[in-house]
Design a protein around this ligand. Structure first.
Ligand code: SAH
Ligand code: SF4
Ligand code: F3S
Length: 451
């Protein structure tokens, strides 16, 4: 890519595009708030932004490569339109590749890691003046204190409570891109949650790479875990729903399991990735749990909250995975009966131990296993959704549907529900679930919920 001349003026409009996990979505929202506080404006869909922030994901090779193809397209479109925007790369690719990004894509003028994005406005100013700026330090505490107060948000909002990961699963880049586990202070989270509710949120999803590793001191100086935090947040009257993601089996403590039976605002949904059903593979992944240990946790969660919807993540084709080991994954799926799940082909990530392990699996084998895994998961999510037909439940209205008068919302079990009726965004309504597909349900509006 040839070098691009610097833009002539300080950007007035911006576009933040987030890829990857929900924590990136949260970071993207905070970056947009920062830029707005600096007097910039989010570009309309139809207009070309002066500043494009690509908030990137490094988890699999495809995700990383997407950054470079996106940059190429932005530069090409900009040249055709007569002005190339200022391009900033944020997120996990920024952290992992740093200045190398600028060597490979010289149009990029700002590279900012996930723990340094509170400095984005200063860095953009430097770049607008003709320079380049890179910041990939990890002083995690500094960031949150420097961000502006939360304002207007949607009915369902994200709140990052915990960052980083100390687990070092052998396939995963997150401990390198997001650093060590860090819990944000209890008081800061309570006040941010209040601000989100004042800004319109009825549901808050607590986020962390290992969200259930969160711990902190409550207002009375007692050390509490995620269950204690959820209990405190449940006191916010206008907040109707609390969710959390992503959890690690090793940090699934008794209090959190019990909270599913005790805290009525804690939604009956748990995303608890297992990755594989084979103990040999789990060990090679450095997952610290066995298939049996994992199933025992599910049993206890189901005892606390019998209707809980379970979700998981799976990797097929981890180095050395045999057909029998893959079948053990199909077996654990059959036993766990997931309501939904995500499945991925192993992607060798530079710098991780698994990338250089013996027995890398051929692409065709991974493809074939992934298809079988997806078929099993689809079977179970359809069964779960069919099991909901006939139930009456609360739905939080989150979006307009494609058809006139149609709305989309979420059931307590995180299913997408579509229905028609006279409601508004952010309403909590009662709906009868009448039809089911693998990815969504059709409902009939009964009326406004009490909450
Ligand atoms: N902290 C969470 C999420 C991590 S990333 C957790 O521990 O579960 C989300 C998912 O991406 C992981 O659960 C895993 O299934 C998948 N993943 C991570 N690294 C991967 C890799 N190198 N190849 C394929 N999938 C991967
Ligand atoms: Fe990655 Fe494992 Fe940490 Fe999850 S627990 S972020 S998969 S290293
Ligand atoms: Fe991707 Fe970073 Fe999240 S690698 S999954 S954006 S923590």
């Amino acid at each position: 890519m040839p070098a691009t001349p610097p833009p002539r003026t300080f950007p007035k409009t911006f576009n933040v595009k987030s890829f990857g996990c929900q924590m990136n979505v949260y970071d993207g929202e905070r970056m947009a708030e920062l830029l707005t506080a600096e007097g910039m404006r989010a570009a309309d869909e139809s207009e070309a932004a002066d500043l494009v922030v690509l908030n990137t994901c490094h988890i699999r090779e495809k995700a990383t490569e997407k950054v470079y193809s996106d940059i190429g397209r932005i530069v090409k479109d900009g040249r055709e339109a007569g002005a190339v925007p200022l391009i900033a790369v944020a997120g996990c690719v920024a952290q992992a590749e740093g200045e190398e990004i600028m060597a490979r894509a010289p149009s990029v003028r700002v590279v900012v890691g996930p723990q340094a994005y509170h400095r984005l406005p200063v860095m953009v100013a430097e770049a607008a003046a003709g320079g380049r700026a890179t910041e990939t330090d990890m002083p995690a505490e500094a960031k949150f204190a420097a961000l502006p107060k939360r304002r207007k948000v949607g009915a369902s909002a994200f709140l990052t409570v915990q960052e980083g990961c100390d687990k070092f699963c052998t396939y995963c880049v997150v401990p390198y891109t997001r650093g060590a586990e860090l819990s944000r202070p209890h008081a800061d989270l309570v006040s941010e949650a209040r601000a989100l509710v004042e800004g319109g949120a009825r549901e808050i999803t607590l986020l962390g790479q290992n969200v259930n590793a969160w711990s902190g001191e409550d207002g009375k100086g007692r050390r509490v875990g995620l269950a204690g935090l959820a209990e405190e947040l449940a006191k916010i009257e206008q907040l109707a729903r609390i969710r959390y993601t992503t959890s690690h089996p090793a940090d699934m403590d008794d209090a959190l399991i019990e909270a599913h039976g005790l805290n009525p605002k804690l939604m009956p949904f748990l995303h608890l990735p297992v990755q594989s059903g084979s103990d040999r593979v789990l060990k090679a992944m450095n997952r610290s749990h066995t298939a049996e240990g994992y199933l025992r946790i599910l049993e206890r969660v189901r005892a606390a909250r019998p209707d809980i919807a379970l979700s998981g993540d799976f990797i097929v084709g981890f180095p050395g995975e045999t057909e029998a080991e893959f079948e053990a994954t199909l077996q654990i799926i059959a036993e766990a009966r997931y309501a939904q799940a995500f499945s991925f082909k192993f992607s060798a990530r530079p710098g991780t131990p698994a990338a250089t392990m013996d027995g890398q699996i051929a692409a065709e084998v991974m493809d074939e296993r992934l298809q079988r895994l997806i078929a099993a998961l689809q079977r179970d999510s359809l069964a779960f959704n069919r099991g909901s037909v006939g139930k009456r439940c609360e739905v939080l209205v989150e979006r307009k549907g494609r058809h006139p008068g149609q709305w989309l919302g979420k059931s307590p079990w995180l299913q997408s529900v579509h229905f028609t009726g006279d409601v508004a965004l952010g309403d909590l309504v009662e709906v009868d679930l009448v039809e089911a597909g693998p990815n969504s349900l059709g409902g009939q509006l009964v009326g406004r919920a009490a909450g």
